[in-house]
Design a protein. Structure first.
Ligand code: IPM
Ligand code: MG
Length: 368
């Protein structure tokens, strides 16, 4: 029987409880589709700091290296221990480090507003058209997040200066552009490339390179849009977008905005992919929503983003397309039959029942 090795890094906040539900759903696919998932838990984030004084303990990194993919929960509790310096805090020392370590340059964030959740979308019905369905393709290992210099320095008189550097090479833009165009080919064949070419050197290069790569994809329509306009267009007419192609920080911001249109940040999965070797793509799969410490441990979190991230893992890293589709349709079925965690619940919706994290996971696993 084909076996896949998965490192499960639940992390902090709601991470452990949504991870538990995702694993439950994965176990159900294992039974139905006849493959074996070897899942190894490892601490990360504040859980890593508590365990080994490091947000990414050596043993965790080791387990990741020996695995075929990483299923990640979420890390970062802004209010914990201010004496831990920013470079050692989970966001940078665990999550960004893992992205860099494994060369996970391509981040895919599919946003879909199911028609049953029209009420959870902040936009008026007429702006939702026939449904919102956007794929944000975000660059993940370059730009301002990683560019050097990156520092804060004293400049005298009690003042400081903070520097972040936005930097992209032709090659970095090119390889991600191929991901965006290839993804568009499997969808509605439209790429909107986001930049700030009216002000930033990076934006000018971005636009040039994307235009050039686009010539190899005559069947895909390419538009360019300034990031400020894109933020506005997302709320005015989200249905115009198919693939939104963004550098790291723009993608971070726009994907949260898009997620709200999809009903809830608790519904947004993501795949972070490196290069493909043969038919194997190493990936890290995580919900985009964060640790949500205010609702952690209360059985309130929506596990769907984590469960859909597991589906993306089956598809992109293991090529288990049927199993991935089974999870996605089980999620759709749970929504159609009125299962709602608090973030997508409305008292005005007939037939909807408010349930917890665990019950949502069980409802989905039962359908798989
Ligand atoms: C995300 C998150 C991370 C990011 C944080 C937690 C570092 O916001 O994955 O979108 O900014 O990339
Ligand atoms: Mg973000």
């Amino acid at each position: 029987m084909k076996t896949y090795n998965i490192a499960a890094l639940a992390g902090d906040g709601i991470g452990p409880e949504v991870m538990r539900e995702a694993i439950k759903v994965l176990r159900a696919t294992e039974k139905r589709f006849g493959f074996k998932l070897n899942i190894t838990d490892a601490p990360v984030g504040w859980a890593g700091i508590d365990f080994a004084k490091k947000a990414l303990p050596d043993i965790t990194l080791d387990i990741c290296k020996r695995s075929d993919s990483i299923l990640f929960g979420s890390v970062g509790l802004p209010d914990r221990d201010p004496t831990i310096p920013k470079e050692e805090r989970p966001e940078r020392a665990a999550l960004l480090r893992l992205r860099k370590e494994f060369g996970l340059f391509a981040n895919l964030r599919p946003v879909k507003l199911p028609k049953e959740l029209a009420h959870a979308c902040p936009l008026a019905k007429e702006r939702q058209g026939d449904g919102i369905d956007i794929l944000v393709v975000r660059e993940l290992t370059g730009g301002m997040y990683f560019g050097q210099p990156k520092m804060t320095e004293d400049i005298g008189g009690g003042n400081q200066r903070a520097i972040d550097t936005m930097v992209y090479t032709t090659q970095e833009i090119e390889r991600l552009a191929h991901v965006a165009f290839d993804s568009a080919r499997l969808r509605r064949k439209k790429v909107t490339s986001i930049d700030k070419a009216n002000v930033l050197e990076n934006g000018v290069l971005w636009r040039e390179v994307v235009t050039r790569v686009g010539k190899d994809y005559a069947d895909v329509k390419l538009d360019h849009m300034f990031v400020d306009n894109a933020a506005m267009q997302l709320v005015l007419k989200p249905t115009q977008f198919d693939v939104m192609f963004c550098e790291n920080m723009f993608g971070d911001i726009l994907s949260d905005e898009a997620a709200a249109l999809g009903g809830s940040l608790g519904m947004l999965p993501s795949a972070s992919l490196g290069t493909t070797n043969g038919n194997q793509t190493f990936g890290l799969y995580e919900p985009a929503g964060g640790t949500a410490p205010d609702i952690a441990g209360k059985d309130l979190a929506n596990p769907i983003a984590q469960i859909l991230s597991a589906a993306l893992m089956l598809r992109h890293s293991f090529g288990l397309n049927d199993a991935a589709a089974a999870i996605e349709s089980a999620v759709q079925h749970a929504i159609e039959t009125g299962h709602r965690t608090g973030d997508i619940f409305s008292a005005h919706e007939a037939g909807a029942k408010r349930i917890g994290t665990r019950a949502m996971g069980e409802a989905i696993a039962a359908v798989v």
